[in-house]
Design a protein. Structure first.
Length: 242
C-alpha cells in the first residue's frame, strides 16, 4: 500500500514520526528518539534526523517530548509548535523559536496549516530533578500540507464523539491513531475513531513499546473490518510510507 500524496512519513516508534512534505519541509511529530526503546538505533541521535523545519508537541509526557531539548539544540532553526504552557516551559530552557497555540486555533508555519484539536488525555513533564511541569492540556493536530493533503495527528487520546466534527470541517485523509490501550484508546475505540473521522488511511501508533500497551494492529484491523476502503499502514519503526 502506498500513500501517493507527495508526502513521506517515516515512523520512528511509539508516537514519533518524521514527515517530509510536498514543499520539502521536514516535520518531526512528538520528539522522542534517544530514550525511545522502539526507535531504531540508527535514528536515535538528534543529528541523524537531519535538518528539521518544524517540531510538533502533542503534549508534555516524557514518552512524547523526552528529547525535545536535545533535538532543538541540534536544530536551532526549527519552529516548535505546542500548547502554550508547553512552549512557555521550553522558553525557560532557552528555546526561542516557539509558536504557542491552544485548542481550536490555527496558524501557518513553514507553509503548513496547523490547527490544534482536542484530545482527552493529561499532560506533564518530569524533569531530571523530579520536578513535575504542568503542560496544559493534551492536544492533537490537523495538518494541511502545501498541496492540500490533510492528516490528523491524534496524539494520546481517548475516543471522543467530536472526532466527527473534524471530519466535517477538515476532511483528513490520514490519521495517526493510538491503539495501545491503558493510557489511550485501544483497538476497538480506535476503529470507531476511524469511522467518525472518515479517513481512508490510518497509521497505528503508541503500541507495543512497553508490555502494558497490549493493543495490536491485528485487533485494530479486526474491529475495522467493516471499513473495506480503509488502508491500515502498519509501519515498523524506521519504515517509510510514500
Amino acid at each position: 500500500m502506498t500513500l501517493d500524496r507527495n508526502t513521506t512519513i517515516t515512523y520512528l516508534g511509539h508516537a514519533t514520526a518524521l514527515i517530509e512534505t510536498p514543499g520539502e519541509k521536514r516535520l518531526l511529530l512528538d520528539p522522542w528518539t534517544s530514550g525511545n526503546p522502539a526507535c531504531p538505533a540508527e535514528w536515535k541521535s538528534p543529528e541523524r534526523l537531519g535538518r528539521l523545519d518544524l517540531i510538533l508537541m502533542t503534549h508534555l509526557h516524557n514518552d512524547h517530548v523526552g528529547d525535545v531539548l536535545a533535538i532543538v539544540k541540534a536544530n536551532p532553526q526549527a519552529h516548535v509548535v505546542g500548547m502554550i504552557e508547553g512552549t512557555n516551559w521550553l522558553e525557560t530552557k532557552g528555546v526561542q523559536n516557539v509558536h504557542p497555540m491552544n485548542k481550536g486555533g490555527s496558524q501557518t508555519v513553514e507553509g503548513i496549516q496547523i490547527t490544534m484539536t482536542h484530545a482527552d488525555h493529561s499532560s506533564s513533564f518530569v524533569e531530571d530533578n523530579g520536578a513535575v511541569i504542568y503542560g496544559g492540556e493534551a492536544a492533537g493536530y490537523i495538518l494541511q500540507m502545501e498541496n492540500g493533503f490533510t492528516l490528523y495527528a491524534a496524539g494520546d487520546t481517548a475516543l471522543f464523539g467530536d472526532m466527527a466534527l473534524l471530519s466535517d470541517l477538515y476532511r483528513p485523509e490520514l490519521a495517526f491513531l493510538p491503539i495501545g490501550d491503558l493510557f489511550t484508546m485501544g483497538p476497538r475505540e480506535a476503529a470507531h475513531a476511524a469511522r467518525l473521522l472518515g479517513v481512508s488511511h490510518v497509521i497505528p501508533i503508541h503500541y507495543k513499546t512497553f508490555p502494558v500497551l497490549t493493543g495490536t494492529p491485528e485487533a485494530f484491523s479486526k474491529y475495522a473490518a467493516d471499513l473495506p476502503d480503509l488502508q491500515i499502514h502498519v509501519l515498523q519503526p524506521g519504515e517509510t510510507l510514500r
